[in-house]
Design a protein around this ligand. Structure first.
Ligand code: PHE
Length: 456
């Protein structure tokens, strides 16, 4: 029965396009903005090690599960979960898992767009020569000026939302596919340029040591590393699932997943190797927080030969990466509105765009007029702004929870016959995958959760 389904939204032209699109979703601000700063905040080496373990033992199996579910269901994650549950003669109420993903995706996009807006504005700042010869203090005050001005943040947030929705509105074939085919190869090229520069700073090995020498980590750090594994691979909210629904059945899920996870990890590590040598070469702080790349890199761009060009290239890279991820954050919601509410893609994109933009105002204000309005939730976080709260709640709670249930659904709710049909190419890999999603992955997520809230 599942074999005969086709997606009403169209399908990828070929496997390479799927891999590019999924890699485009995975590689984003998470790799280039977030990975370096949370690594810096959590002490480096050990954090990176835990993160890599989470990618291998939790992320990869869940990615295979998500692609498998999407490809079998061939609909938006909400309808896919409902349809697959029905196929398996289970409770169609599993659609809630799709709903949680839609909510997580749009919450993430609401702040993602604001940060992408910072990157957009930095392309122009760098191009205009603003950082030439700038001191650390100068660069710091340029960043502070930007984030403390709600109007400017709002303007860039708006530009980025319009860019995202313009692609989503064009649909799978004309929009997403075209955008990623151009942007992804460009992105790899641009990143290599910055890493090569980092090698010339004389502090390359300091960056390497920081990233790979084990130190200490607490249970919150482990939760953040795990949450980031979900975030960076776009897992637990249906982004990869919805991309999987545009994939035809004749491709290997295992191979595709490994390539996507590998590409994502390589980009994150490359970003670390690009950023930390520059941080150390300039005596800067790795633990500067969300502003890390914006407060530190411009100093380097301001002093190096050809720095204006490298800087413009770097921030363009960041925007491209964010763009191809943002598209996938909202695609599950848009696909659902088209399927169930009879909206055209354009209308659905407009609606979601407006709502997401509105919620984004909360993040815009978190850095200025609401800076001191903080929230404390026992066990989870203390004194968090609107932005911190959204970030923590989505990446460290909603995505792992979504992933946990995706694993449970594929391993315990679906019949073995059904999952085997989808992943039959490599019998041994299938056996290992099933063992992981049945026991190891769920257990790991639960233990990390319980440890982080101090229950064990
Ligand atoms: N993976 C993206 C990044 O690293 C963010 C993302 C999360 C995209 C969840 C889609 C779904 O920036």
């Amino acid at each position: 029965m599942a074999e005969q389904r086709t997606s009403i939204h169209g399908q990828w032209s070929n496997r390479t396009v799927f891999i590019l699109a999924a890699t485009g979703s995975a590689v984003g601000l998470g790799n280039i903005w977030k990975f370096p700063y949370i690594t810096g905040e959590n002490g480096g080496g050990t954090f990176v090690l835990v993160y890599l373990l989470c990618i291998a033992l939790i992320g990869l199996p869940i990615m295979m599960a998500e692609i498998m579910l999407g490809r079998r269901g061939k609909r938006s994650p909400i309808n896919t979960m409902r349809a697959l549950a029905k196929d398996e003669h289970r409770n169609p109420g599993w659609a809630w898992l799709g709903w949680m993903g839609v909510v997580a995706g749009f919450l993430i996009l609401s702040y993602y767009s604001v940060i992408a807006g910072w990157a957009l504005s930095y392309i122009f700042r760098t191009a205009g020569g603003l950082f030439l010869g700038a001191t650390a203090d100068g660069v710091n005050s340029i960043f502070t000026d930007l984030v403390s001005d709600p109007e400017r943040l709002l303007a860039w947030h708006t530009v980025f939302m319009v860019m995202t929705m313009a692609v989503v509105a064009r649909g799978v074939k004309n929009g997403i596919e075209k955008a990623v085919t151009v942007l992804m190869p460009l992105l790899f090229g641009l990143l290599i340029v910055v890493v090569i520069y980092a090698m010339t700073t004389g502090y390359f090995m300091d960056g390497v040591r920081f990233l790979f020498t084990p130190g200490t980590i607490d249970s919150k750090g482990v939760l953040i590393a795990m949450g980031h594994a979900f975030f960076t691979l776009s897992l637990g909210m249906g982004a990869i699932m919805v991309y999987g629904s545009y994939l035809t059945s004749d491709h290997s899920i295992v191979q595709a997943s490994i390539m996507i996870a590998l590409a994502d990890t390589v980009v994150a590590l490359l970003a670390g190797l690009a950023i930390f040598p520059i941080v150390f070469a300039n005596g800067l702080e790795p633990s500067a927080g969300p502003g890390l790349i914006f407060q530190t890199l411009p100093i380097a761009f301001g002093h190096m030969q050809g720095g204006t060009l490298v800087g413009v290239v770097f921030f363009s890279l960041l925007v491209f990466a964010a763009w191809t991820s943002a598209i996938s954050l909202i695609e599950p919601a848009v696909a659902y509105l088209v399927e169930n509410k009879g909206l055209s893609r354009i209308q659905a994109a407009e609606w979601m765009g407006v709502v997401t933009w509105l919620v984004g105002l909360g993040t815009v204000f978190s850095f200025n007029i609401w800076k001191d309005k903080t929230l404390t939730i026992p066990f989870l976080f203390e004194k968090f702004t609107f932005f911190d709260t959204l970030d923590y709640l989505t990446a460290n709670v909603m995505l792992p929870l979504g992933g946990l249930f995706i694993a449970l659904f594929s391993a315990w709710v679906m019949h073995q016959q059904s999952t085997r049909e989808e992943m039959a190419t490599y019998p041994l890999v299938y056996t290992i995958w099933r063992f992981l999603v049945r026991f190891i992955t769920p257990l790991a997520v639960i233990v990390v959760f319980l440890k982080a809230v101090g229950a064990i």
